[in-house]
Unconditional design. Structure first.
Length: 117
């Protein structure tokens, strides 16, 4: 059961700012790419000693992606539009992020959407 939750069966580009991953249990989750950039787990973006996140979302807001490559059977490597590609996003982590974001309309809302009139 738990393996299905962390096994992707589909990866699609929704638009330049968003990807969608479909999981083996049938769930389809949306991933704003700049939010993923802010969650990059590599040694440049996270202090290895303290675990402190060194990336501000505001500094990477609007970052897109150029390429997504599967790594083994456990992760995606994302080449972001800022040239950064050293972070491996494990399936387990992606599943958790996607579920957290799915419950947060503020994050999935298009940041540049025109104000309601
Ligand atoms: Zn990084």
């Amino acid at each position: 059961m738990s393996e299905e939750r962390t096994r992707p069966t589909g990866l699609e580009k929704v638009d330049d700012a968003t990807i969608a991953i479909t999981w083996a249990d049938g769930k389809r989750l949306l991933y704003p790419v700049d939010r993923l950039r802010a969650k990059c787990p590599c040694a440049t973006c996270v202090d290895e000693m303290t675990g402190a996140v060194l990336v501000n979302y505001d500094d990477v807001r609007g970052t897109g992606f150029k390429k997504i490559t599967p790594v083994g059977n456990y992760a995606f490597q994302i080449l972001f539009s800022d040239g950064h590609d050293t972070g491996f996003f494990t399936y387990r982590r992606l599943r958790g992020l996607g579920e957290a974001w799915a419950e947060n309309a503020e994050i999935l809302k298009e940041p540049d959407s025109p104000p309601q009139t």
